[in-house]
Design a binder for this molecule. Structure first.
Ligand code: G3P
Length: 218
């Protein structure tokens, strides 16, 4: 399973990249807006920090402008994945860019039917939003199970299931159990994966007991 971080905060990205566990980055217009930075410069900076795919989203909603934006974004770096919304125009852009060998991440997916369309349009990634479904009392993880099952039926589809709108570690564990290819998580959720009180407690005991031996390994 690949780990992407869902942020445009370059300091967070550098910090998580240093763990050696980060495989990519996803951004969206809301995350970019939070930074107050120039979009194209920021995305170029992120692409320099992380080797894996960096998703950067188009801003327009009509086909012609999205296509122009997508082509421009794709030239920022080799590891760019152009992010487009799951609309008829967005999927048309997806097909055009994918035909040119550009990675496309189709975002704002809320149904298995939409995920089928994205795969047929040649998307490299489909981004189903689990947290936002949970927020409206709908089972977000059931959507992941459906998409993984459907994609497994068609081995010639190369679209990876990128679980998005992740809110807590259980979303990540459930995604792994279902065989989703990628999870993109806010930085704090990735950090929560490390934590367990028994790990902390156990380490305190080991350190104290080691001191009693009076030894040094180095
Ligand atoms: O980037 C897409 C997605 O991960 C957004 O998450 O928390 O705004 O629903 P959220």
């Amino acid at each position: 399973m690949k780990f992407f971080v869902d942020t445009a905060d370059i300091n967070e990205i550098r910090d998580l990249a240093a763990t050696g566990l980060l495989d990519g980055v996803t951004t969206n217009p809301s995350l970019v807006a939070k930074t107050g930075k120039n979009f194209l410069d920021l995305v170029a900076e992120i692409c320099g920090v992380v080797k894996g795919p960096v998703s950067a989203e188009v801003a327009a909603t009509d086909y012609e402008t999205m296509l122009k934006e997508g082509r421009k974004i794709s030239k920022i770096a080799k590891n760019i994945a152009v992010k487009v919304p799951l609309t008829p125009a967005g999927l048309k852009v997806c097909k055009a860019l994918a035909d040119d060998g550009i990675m496309v991440n189709v975002t704002l997916c809320f149904t298995p039917a939409q995920a089928i369309l994205a795969a047929k349009a040649g998307a490299k990634f489909i981004s189903p939003f689990v947290g936002r479904l949970d927020d409206i009392s709908t089972d977000g993880m059931a959507l992941i199970a459906d998409i993984v099952q459907i994609y497994e039926n068609y081995p010639d589809w190369n679209t990876e299931v990128l679980v998005a709108s992740v809110r807590h570690p259980v979303h990540i564990v459930e995604s792994a159990k279902m065989g989703a290819h990628v999870v993109t998580c806010p930085p704090d959720v990735i950090r929560k994966l490390y934590s367990h009180p028994l790990t902390d407690k156990g380490l305190v005991t080991f350190v104290e007991d080691w001191k009693k031996t009076g030894q040094s390994i180095l």
